[in-house]
Design a protein around this ligand. Structure first.
Ligand code: CA2
Length: 141
């Protein structure tokens, strides 16, 4: 089974800034744990700060992997293009947010992604990625 993890802008800073909101762990460390815990899964990881590159990655992986875990970061709240790309692909898609969007600013309460994904995991920290992978694996059984 192949799963793509796609992270949006500034998530490359995880573990380096704003630990109060996003915790102390880097995404590299999270990815290593996923690879150990789900050793039968082939993971591909893509992070970009550029909206169009995220759209390209969704199109590319959306027809070549079984599932996508995506955290579009701030583009969640602004990008019709990312929502349209997700709606167009074949793979199952789970949206993950590290922080609880509903306890933060008003503008974070709307997602252009939520309506076009299979499901969303919000506010459970980096464990959300693990839960998303578990759900995707379960779908293939
Ligand atoms: O909670 C999430 O996962 C978010 O997708 C994170 C985005 C934010 O714009 C969304 O509203 C919610 C921000 C990612 C920025 O990540 C940083 C990590 C460390 C230091 C600074 C930013």
């Amino acid at each position: 089974m192949k799963i793509a993890i796609i992270n949006g802008p500034n998530l490359n800073l995880l573990g380096k800034r704003e630990p109060g909101i996003y915790g102390n762990e880097s995404f590299d460390s999270c990815l290593e744990k996923l690879k150990v815990n789900f050793s039968s899964v082939e993971f591909v990881y893509f992070q970009s700060n550029v909206e169009g590159e995220l759209v390209n990655a969704i199109q590319q992986y959306g027809f070549s992997v079984d599932g996508i875990v995506i955290n579009p970061a701030a583009y969640t709240h602004t990008s019709i293009a990312i929502g349209d790309a997700i709606a167009a692909v074949k793979a199952s898609v789970v949206e993950v947010h590290i922080s609880n969007l509903h306890s933060r600013e008003e503008f974070r309460k709307h997602s252009y992604v939520s309506a076009v994904v299979n499901g969303s995991i919000i506010g459970l920290g980096l464990m959300g990625y693990e839960l998303a992978v578990r759900w995707l694996i379960d779908q293939t059984r």
